[in-house]
Design a protein around this ligand. Sequence first.
Ligand code: PLP
Length: 431
Amino acid sequence: MPATLPVIESGDGCYMWDETGHRLLDGLAGLFATQIGHGRTELAEAAYYQMNRLGFFPLWGYGHPPGVELAARLAELAPGDLNRVYFTSGGSEAVESAWKLARQYFAAVGEPARHKVISRNLAYHGTSMGALSITGLASIRNAFEPLVPGAVKVAHTDEYRVGAQCGHDGECLCAAEEIERAIVREGPQTVAAVFLEPVQNSGGCYVPPDGYFQRVREICDDHGVLLVSDEVICGFGRLGHMFGADRFGYKPDMITMAKGLTSGYAPLGGVMISDQIAEPFIAAEQEFNHGFTFGGHPAAAAVALANIDIIEEEDLANRVLDNTAKFKAKLASLRDLPIVADLRGDGYFFALELDANAPSDPVKAQAHAAEVSKYLTRQMYALGLTCRAAARGAESVIQLSPPLIAGPEQFDEIVAAMRPALIDAMGEFAP
Ligand SMILES: Cc1ncc(COP(=O)(O)O)c(C=O)c1O
């Protein structure tokens, strides 16, 4: 890895080359985005065609063909009656918009006191002030306090995995019950929405226990609270389904999306909403008082349509389903290394949690984890692999999220680069 910033110059399929000609396997799909891989001319052509026809026009009081077509396509794909989409330029704006939509919705139906949101510890939901308030990562929040009031945090689905805190063995629904306790504590009449990722990214691919989302759905219904599925990472095939909500069999009231919607080829995000949420806006001919100039940009929408065509034509979601067990088994082959403490995830979205002799003091542990992550990132880059080695809690995790076109050949390559890097790290961080 160069001492300065690595500069990635080109890409093809699952691979990229930096400016020195070093070949890299893209183990993180850029940043959980390039579902269909790099260098797909179909997307470049879609943008070229659209820019020649109509380079830009806002979706603010107007429509344009790719925006209209994409909205209809997403309504077909989304679960239940999530039939409308509000376009943004990316994921933070989608989350921000979902919170504001929930607030305007409740104001419109005569419950203006419902303004609070609940999300999980460590969870990443973006960096604009509203989205950052929903984000549960102290490390990126602290410099910007005070944040937007009313964003409450609850347990994520890892805290109970060893039953240490709740006394249950293995998986249980304590983390879901904590959501209900938080709603009751805050006053149900003040809570607007719960924001959850199908599989939580930060902390390292926390998979929900069986029945978690069903219980959360029940809790939300009991208290009149909206359930927002933040699918900025988990959507568009990452978990072997178009949406993570389909993977875990729940129906959210809203879905936030970005990244894989265009495979990252153009900036685009959106919030899908149910008919119930749309109804008071339509009935009163009331606008959502919100908007972004580039939300639903015509070229980005055209790229998204071409991207969804490829995901469907190449049956990439089923490809992920077919290969998940192979990917997991390949990564599990690293478990003989004492530094590998846990392997978890789903689809093409896995994390290895590391035990690299962290000091017991939490502040020192955080710094140690950051050092381990930096070391591993450098080693794996030298061995031809980009992925995320991150210290988001006190633990180091390595996350893998390859393009959905990847298969067993790439899994072998990923592990072939990770093994020597992890062995080096064991030597470097031996007690
Ligand atoms: C779950 C989730 N929500 C929101 C965001 C924010 O998206 P963006 O970086 O496009 O603003 C991210 C980004 O990684 C994310 O993973």
